[in-house]
Write a protein that binds this ligand. Structure first.
Ligand SMILES: *Cc1c(COP(=O)(O)O)cnc(C)c1O
Length: 457
């Protein structure tokens, strides 16, 4: 067999790690729509954005022309603590499924934050430090982003203020304590510390909070304190840019063995890991050099690509962030409390939204019980206990591999395994006890939320 020489794990050497991030927008003929200022309805200027975000990150956010952006040496050095991440050939899973398909996954869970989010957290903390800021503010849902950011901030000696969605704050005390161990200040959201938080609490005193609401509080905290800026762990184009280290490493590793994926699969919450995984492959596709089938996987309970509308919308519940054109369920959409916290965002990256709209990638939604079935199957043969978010990608990778079993096609499948699930054991318990349900929003619910989109364009 020609694949006998491919090892279980393909590790790169440090010298093969990417020295530049790849900016896929440079190769897009039709670019994502610009961010709009909600007050004026006009594209946000760098000056306006710099009140909220770090200067250099604003430049990256607005840069649609440079295909490569150098990774500063200090960030490259930090990456060496946990990168290059392994690209694993899922020989055991292939055997278990009895598929002729070859399955590879890129594992990003090998750091204390347990997910890919550290790739962008360290970059954002670096630019904040370089600008001489005192600290940064952010929101976190399930807690992976807050954990990654607190690690990055402690490395650069920056203050880190995290607004954590209240239900998660109460249900995930261990994540909260990891953040505090790294020196972060964690506040359950909505809180009385911000104007927007007080307003939401006055209206909904019993609310367990939401990601959109925590974003509003974090932005207010950043803009009302001297020497602070707001940072975000997903959705923005700068975050997708930092995450391209995932795809670039995959490309180098596969090229070493002359392998080329037919299908590339990733879970999509705000789109950062998927955007980063597919970037170099999408670049080839955009330049007409190669073709790949690319599949975004989202929860059936929060189906922004598969059932949302492509329109300008607010990125937060408080409606203070810039407007972004994206596939959205409406900023007031409250997804049911499913167990993949990182995939419960109402919108999607502007880059991925545009690529999807152009038909350059597909999207599928999957139900949570079938996701946990795939997670369990994967854990039992491959050893890694996957995060519920990551398991969405596993579900579709298994589905595609089983299709190959039927047709006899020897396709090569690559998927992103974004993290580990050790802080998600309540979810696994619900599944193991047979108590997990599936919730799919009705068309009426989605239409009601879409009716409140801002009237623009
Ligand atoms: C945050 C998170 C996601 C989803 O975020 P994206 O920006 O869509 O990548 C997926 N997996 C894990 C483990 C996460 O922590």
């Amino acid at each position: 067999m020609s694949n006998e020489k491919i090892p279980y794990k393909i590790y790169l050497e440090e010298k093969d790690m990417p020295k530049q991030w790849y900016n896929v927008r440079a190769d897009m003929k039709k670019k994502p729509a610009p961010l709009l200022n909600p007050a004026t309805g006009k594209p946000c200027t760098a000056e306006e954005l710099s009140h909220v975000f770090c200067n250099e990150l604003v430049q990256q956010e607005l840069n649609e022309t440079d295909p490569y952006i150098a990774i500063p040496q200090e960030i490259q050095d930090f990456y060496k603590m946990f990168r290059p991440s392994p690209l694993i050939r899922a020989y055991f899973l292939e055997k278990k499924l009895g598929t002729p398909a070859k399955i590879y996954y890129k594992f990003e869970g090998n750091n204390t934050s347990g997910s890919h989010k550290l790739n962008s957290a360290i970059a954002q903390a670096y630019y904040a430090k370089k600008q001489g800021l005192k600290g940064v503010t952010t929101e976190t849902g399930a807690g992976q982003w807050g954990t990654a950011l607190s690690m990055a901030c402690s490395y650069f000696d920056l203050d880190c203020q995290v607004y954590m969605v209240k239900v998660s704050y109460e249900q995930k005390p261990f994540r909260r304590e990891v953040m505090r161990t790294y020196g972060a200040n964690v506040t359950p959201s909505p809180s009385m510390t911000t104007e927007v938080g007080r307003k939401i609490l006055a209206e909904f005193p019993e609310t367990g909070g939401s990601l959109g609401c925590a974003i509003s509080e974090a932005v207010e905290a950043a803009t009302s304190q001297e020497g602070y800026r707001y940072v975000l762990g997903s959705v923005l184009s700068q975050v997708l840019l930092h995450q391209t280290v995932i795809g670039l490493e995959c490309k180098t590793a596969l090229d070493k063995y002359g392998e080329k994926p037919d299908i590339i699969i990733g879970c999509a919450g705000g789109g950062s890991n998927l955007g980063g995984l597919i970037a170099p492959f999408m670049g080839e596709k955009l330049r007409g050099e190669a073709d790949y089938q690319i599949i975004a996987v989202e929860p059936a309970s929060c189906p922004s690509l598969t059932r949302g509308t492509y329109a300008y919308d607010f990125c937060d519940t408080g409606k203070i962030c810039p407007l972004q054109k994206m596939y959205t369920l409406g900023s007031g959409f409250m997804p049911s409390p499913n167990h993949a916290g990182g995939l419960r965002y109402h919108g999607m990256s502007a880059i991925l939204s545009e690529l999807y709209d152009q038909g350059l990638m597909e999207a599928r939604s999957v139900e949570q019980t079938s996701v946990f079935e795939a997670a369990q199957q994967f854990a039992r043969v491959e050893g890694i206990l996957p995060a519920p978010e990551s398991s969405h990608a596993i579900r579709v990778a298994i589905d595609e591999a089983l299709k190959c079993k039927e047709t006899g096609e020897e396709k090569t499948i690559l998927f992103g395994l974004t993290g580990t699930g050790y802080f998600d054991m309540y979810a696994y318990a619900a599944y193991n006890d047979g108590k997990m349900g599936d919730y799919i929003p009705t068309d009426e619910e989605i239409a009601k939320s879409i009716a409140n989109l801002p009237k623009i364009g």
